[in-house]
Design a protein around this ligand. Structure first.
Ligand SMILES: Nc1ncnc2c1ncn2[C@@H]1O[C@H](COP(=O)(O)OP(=O)(O)OP(=O)(O)O)[C@@H](O)[C@H]1O
Ligand SMILES: [Mg+2]
Length: 427
């Protein structure tokens, strides 16, 4: 077992496709780190560079104490599990598991001992004589894992190993892989584009976008304190509701649409940076699970109209239209380098945003069921002026995640930059 480290690693394909930019990431010994991000953000490239299957354009990759930039793949002593299991179809499960050991000239007796042990751990002991075609997808996936594990490599690299499985098996295998990794304590770098997989499996999660590492932290910290708008919108399912608001009153009030949210005193004191944004536009993020029905609540409220209720059994997803200016997600930019710049004064209160609320139980929002089949698109493009009987009030008992604390100062500027670019495009 060993630690892995990327030190300022760049990868350029050809002359102009930069797949990975200045990646620095450390995976501790025995740690399970998940690399997550949208398609094309450079995850596979990063993994392949560790495996030695892709040359590094710049920087250093270390496995244990050794810099491996110029070490051939077979001498790196790591095992890779791919999306396609690439089992030998004409070999039995036993032979598939033993193949790597045979190549390394491990004695027959030792091969048998290790294969039988891993087959027991993975629940494959009764299937050692079967061919891959006689196995289910999940069993094949376990053979691929077993083949990697049995070699006792310094580290595992896994590239979307679950993406070929159906949803139920995926959930099972997710837990299985996490369990095996914990039992064996093998350093693991796991790639996925599925943020739920990332959040449930990783000790730490590294979020990438366009070849750039955005944030690395424990799943909980990523959820609680996203470092920029991209991470805020990427982490969490359903994703965080994001829209624009104006900061008023020395940072203690958020204004959007016809809503004036007085922020609780503790929120204001926790985020002294908000003062600096008075009179300016910021991005507000509210997690769906923080939206509550306002009956019995005498704090800040927002008025909205229920467009759709999706019943998921134990919980409901409620789509609520509120008056606010949307943030254009395609424009979400990394905020780090942004200069705060002047306030923009976009006062387009006619626009509306569909807020997602996640409710534990079938609440009185049932009453709004008649609007269930209304087209979301139609509602999203219309304004908030509705008959009062159709409107309900919604509230956010937890502090809205407004940008503006010292740590998140740059997020507000990202929002402004978004707005600026949209305006430039005449949006
Ligand atoms: N061999 C190659 N030659 C040129 N460009 C490549 C090559 N391999 C990957 N790329 C480009 O590098 C970028 C990163 O690709 P990569 O396969 O690492 O993405 P990914 O994050 O694994 O995406 P996915 O989730 O779709 O698998 C993409 O823009 C891709 O088009
Ligand atoms: Mg990939």
């Amino acid at each position: 077992m060993a630690e892995l480290e990327f030190i300022h690693v760049n990868k350029v394909y050809g002359t102009d496709t930069t797949a990975v930019r200045d990646l620095s990431l450390h995976v501790g010994e025995g740690e399970f780190v998940v690399l997550v991000g949208p398609s094309g953000c450079g995850k596979t490239t990063a993994l392949r560079m560790v495996a030695g299957l892709e040359e590094i354009s710049e920087g250093t990759i270390r496995i244990g104490d050794r810099v491996v930039n110029n070490v051939s793949p077979k001498d790196r002593d790591i095992a890779m599990v791919f999306q396609t299991y690439a089992l030998y179809p004409h070999k039995s499960v036993y032979e598939n598991l033993a193949f790597g050991l045979r190549m390394r000239k491990v004695s027959k007796a030792e091969q048998r001992r290790r294969v039988e042990e891993i087959a027991r751990k993975l629940g494959l002991a009764d299937m050692l004589q079967r061919r891959p075609a006689q196995l289910s997808g999940g069993q094949r996936q376990r053979v691929a894992m077993g083949r990697a594990i049995v070699r006792e490599p310094k580290a595992f690299l896994m590239d979307e190993p679950l993406s070929n499985l159906d949803a139920k098996l995926r959930v099972q295998m997710r837990a299985e892989i996490a369990r095996i990794q914990q039992a064996l304590k093998v350093t693991t770098l796991y790639v996925t584009h599925d943020q739920v997989e990332a959040m449930t499996m990783g000790d730490r999660v590294a979020v990438m976008r366009d070849g750039v590492l955005q944030q690395v932290d424990t799943p909980q910290r990523l959820y609680d304190a996203p470092g920029n708008l991209f991470v805020a919108s990427f982490v969490g399912s359903p994703p965080m509701n994001l829209f624009e608001a104006t900061v008023e009153h020395d940072g203690s009030r958020l204004v959007f649409g016809d809503a004036r949210l007085e922020l609780p005193a503790d929120v204001v004191s926790e985020r002294p940076g908000l003062r600096a944004y008075a009179g300016r536009h910021v991005a507000v993020g509210i997690r769906p699970e923080e939206v509550r029905e306002a009956s019995g609540w005498d704090g800040a409220r927002v008025r909205g109209r229920v467009l759709l209720i999706e019943a998921l059994g134990a919980e409901q997803l409620v789509h609520i239209e509120i008056a606010a200016t949307p943030l254009e997600r395609a424009d979400l930019v990394d905020a780090v380098a942004a200069d705060p710049g002047p306030s923009l004064g976009v006062e387009d209160l006619e626009r509306s945003v569909t807020l997602l609320g996640r409710f534990d139980r079938p609440s009185s929002s049932r009453r709004a069921k008649r609007s269930r089949w209304r087209s979301t698109r139609e509602c999203c493009t219309s304004s908030i002026s509705r008959p009062a009987s159709r409107c309900r009030r919604w509230t956010f008992p937890s502090p809205p995640e407004s940008w503006g604390s010292d740590a998140s100062r740059s997020r507000g500027s990202a929002c402004r930059r978004d707005t600026r670019s949209r305006r430039r495009r005449g949006g």
